[in-house]
Design a protein around this ligand. Structure first.
Ligand code: ADP
Ligand code: XUL
Length: 526
């Protein structure tokens, strides 16, 4: 008998749905719509609205409402098995905040299927646009919150992250300071995740510790609101925030709007949504502590899971709650594929030629090191971009190819050390994970085998798996590995083992790299 679960992903540019069948371990249905194309009246480009000030990036929450209606219409029309869905969970772009007035709870409860969702909900906002994760206009508020809380190290230890411009707390503070009247009319603040969950459930939904941690407001150790952080951020905040609840919290059955209009099973259970990165962690199969995934996409991202709460004293790695329980880290390296491409293009190479250069050069690169900061870097924090070459001639194409990849992998190893655990295996994904030579350097630098995972929509898949987990958890105990089995296995035959002689080279070379980085940071930020 089929067992269907629905996962939705409200990302920056699109809304995606995946229906999984847990019984057969198959993706039964997938659909996606692009906000610009599907909801043109909101005038977004790539899902966002830009301001004359380039630091200000918002999106209209009513567009997400319209998209939800349209996606369900598409699911119904294309014959998705909505009538048999047991539970629904979701994933949202992190940090984006939605401001609702006192009319929201009643409007959510009374959704009328005879009218579009947007007509039902157009009067519930106290702010017509939502600042999203791409907004970087709150440096002042970050400083004020940090000072008000009592210091950067204290804020990192308490909330899992330093104050970042895109985080919701600084964004809420900016709104409260700039528009106190509208802030005063705000009865409920949601994140993208909890806002979408609220519509499905027809009531104000809780936040989970995966997304809640992206606000600088949640106590990372207790996974509850941190009163001092709330006080340092904005007045009356405790009253406006939703409760925090475990990621597997069942909010209630789906609202009749979706049952009547689209034929969703009336007893389908709505599960708390989470952030897209926490959902991706599940979609990549990282459901136990000590697991690691590295995504080599436009940027490179390091995901790790921990059972104990540890925070990065340097504040480069964020710590969020993991939807599987425990904790996860997200460490972002901005100079990822784009930096590898820049080196490839500089020497006019194809990817096969780039790979040949990696094969032709030795681990440790004869001491040649590159700090590939083509763009300002997040980890480590580099404000003034520039590439640095140490013992490395710009004329040596092959050595430069090796240097960019080694520099990236050594940086990942160095800047994940605060987690206090060395990975025993790594799941690699993203465009560059197709490159075996790059994977070999990853395995050698990290000192463990690397396996490739092919994913297209890991956040939406993670959301569907979370729905399955929550539904089973509410009926007794269920082990996470059992839920993800069959959905998140690495590509068969993709294992790349570390070579012990190369591992020994990198165990020494990491110190030379760390010294080069310290020196480079003095030049770049000094
Ligand atoms: P994103 O999802 O972040 O847009 P992808 O995960 O799709 O990015 O990765 C795209 C990147 O993969 C490209 O920018 C390209 O640099 C890289 N890529 C593709 N093929 C190779 C290859 N053979 N070797 C190294 N990098 C590659
Ligand atoms: C994470 C972050 C982004 C958004 C993108 O901190 O800002 O990954 O979640 O959707």
């Amino acid at each position: 008998m089929s067992e269907y679960f629905l996962g939705l992903d409200s990302s920056t540019q699109s809304l995606t749905a995946i229906v999984i069948d847990l019984a057969t371990r198959k993706i039964a249905f997938e659909a996606s719509l692009n906000f610009d194309a599907a909801c043109p009246r909101f005038g977004t480009k790539n899902g966002v609205l830009r301001d004359a000030d380039p630091r200000v990036v918002h999106a209209p929450p009513l567009m997400w409402v319209e998209a939800l209606d349209k996606l369900f219409a598409q699911l119904k029309e294309k014959g998705a098995p909505l009538a048999q869905v047991k539970a629904i969970a979701g994933s949202g772009q992190q940090h984006g905040s939605v401001y609702l007035n006192k009319f929201a709870p009643a409007a959510l409860a009374a959704l009328d299927p005879a009218r579009p969702l947007t007509d039902n909900l157009d009067h519930v906002f106290s702010r017509s646009t939502s600042p999203i994760w791409m907004d970087s206009s709150t440096s002042l508020e970050c400083d004020e919150i940090t000072a008000g809380f009592g210091g950067r190290a204290e804020l990192i230890a308490a909330t899992g992250s330093a104050a970042f411009e895109r985080f919701s707390g600084p964004q809420i503070r900016k709104f409260a300071e700039h528009d106190p009247k509208a802030y005063g009319e705000t009865a409920h603040i949601a994140l993208v995740s909890s806002f979408m969950a609220s519509i499905l459930a027809g009531k104000i939904a809780p936040l989970d510790p995966g997304d809640g941690a992206g606000m600088n407001l949640m106590d990372i150790a207790t996974k509850q609101w941190n009163a001092a952080a709330l006080n340092a951020t904005a007045p009356e905040l405790a009253k406006k925030l939703p409760p925090l609840a475990p990621s597997w919290q069942v909010i209630g059955p789906v609202h009749g709007y979706f049952a009547k209009k689209y034929g969703v099973a009336p007893d389908a259970q709505c599960v708390a949504w989470s952030g897209d990165n926490p959902c991706s962690v599940i979609g990549l199969g990282l459901v136990e502590a000590g697991q690691t995934a590295i995504s080599l996409g436009t940027s490179d991202t390091y995901f790790g899971t921990m059972s104990e709460c540890r925070t990065d004293p340097n504040g480069e790695g964020h710590v969020f709650g993991s939807p599987a329980g425990g904790y996860m880290t997200l460490i972002c390296f901005k100079n990822g594929s784009l930096a590898r491409e820049k080196v490839r293009d500089l020497y006019k190479l194809s990817w096969p030629e780039f790979s040949a250069a990696l094969r032709a050069t030795p681990p440790g690169n004869n001491g040649g090191i590159m700090l590939p900061w083509f763009d300002p870097e997040i980890t480590p924090r580099v404000l003034k971009p520039g590439i640095h070459r140490i013992n490395l001639s710009a004329a040596d194409a092959a050595a430069n190819c090796r240097a960019v990849v080694e520099g990236q992998m050594l940086s990942m190893r160095l800047h994940s050390q605060w987690m206090g655990l060395r990975p025993t295996k790594i799941f690699a994904t993203g465009g560059a994970s197709a490159n075996s030579e790059i994977m070999q350097i990853m395995a050698d630098v990290m000192g463990c085998p690397v396996y490739r995972i092919e994913t297209t929509a890991s956040a939406a898949l993670g959301a569907a798996l979370r729905a399955a987990h929550a539904w089973h958890a509410a009926r007794g105990t269920v082990a996470w590995p059992h839920i993800v089995r069959g959905f998140t296995e690495p590509v068969s035959g993709s294992e790349i083992k570390p070579r012990s002689d190369a591992v020994a080279v990198y165990d020494k070379h990491i110190h030379a790299y760390a010294a080069a980085e310290r020196q480079g940071l003095l030049t770049a930020n000094g």
